[in-house]
Design a protein around this ligand. Sequence first.
Ligand code: SF4
Length: 344
Amino acid sequence: MQSSAAKWWNYQEAWDRVVCTLCPKECKLREGQRGFCYLRLREGKELRTEGYGTTSGIAVDPIEKKPLNHFLPNTKILSLGNMGCNLACKFCQNWSISKAKETPVRQLSSMDLVQLARHYDCQSVAFTYNDPVIWAEFVMDSSWKLAENGIHPVLVTAGYISKEARTELFQPIKAINFDLKAFTEDFYFKLTNSSLKDVLDTLVYTREQTEIWMELTHLVIPGANDSDKEYLAMLDWIDKYLGKETVLHLTAFHPDWKMKDVPATKHSDLIKKYDQAKERGYPWVYLGNVFDPKRQTTHCSNCKSTIIERNWHKTSISQERFQGTCAKCNTVIPGYYGSAISAC
Ligand code: SF4
């Protein structure tokens, strides 16, 4: 792969290190060394990236697969990823991409993405599969190009990014699904090689300083992050800093990568967490990776009418010409449905 100039780095003359400032890891690189994420490498006294326009996979997905339930529901989203990752989740479900050193790559330009999105009738494009932070230069440039052409750029990310980089990267972005993996530093340190405090800082930044539509995904892993104490602390935090109207996806873990010895999440455990969130007043909670149409469907928070029916990733809009308010009682259903983002 060819490398190109990277952004977000500095050179420390005194100890001859190139320091990458794209994510909180701040890798300090000697000549020829690669960063933890693999894509970024030092050449001479500069930082280069092998991520510009190189994708390891591209597909058209239902937007519910990202998952995004309150953003252009029942539409298709062009989805692409690169390779490598700035986290090292032991439960990674995309490890063949995130851990790849060599994988077939296809070179794309920003305009190629616009044309592909139009060709496949996609109103949005998601940078997903591995964490989009690590190829932020291309993600940002192509997001501006997509936005100029009326196509909505979307990130699916852990939110482990530096303050400096997120200010720029997030500017053209219309929606993000953040993966909130757990609610203890111990989990983040031992099972992801990253830190919770940096992720929470990004969530608060996104809610308070941007207009981006955001939803959260929480993968429930038996014995690792599923205690009542941890989960209820997470709900309290979301309530305090993001608001109870935040859309929350609770998804089932399946044994993968380095956690093949951990059993899959029981459906009944997910339902318990769903009920706990509902009892605390969270209106927009959904279950993922299980068959449960009832808990995947959007009902009006006031009159309980069915608005968007879902069964796994099969979706249909029940209320004709739905544009963000319930046809029966006029209650606002927060989200983006094609005109403006309604308040969350
Ligand atoms: S983006 Fe990659 S190279 Fe840069 S600090 Fe993070 S892990 Fe290290």
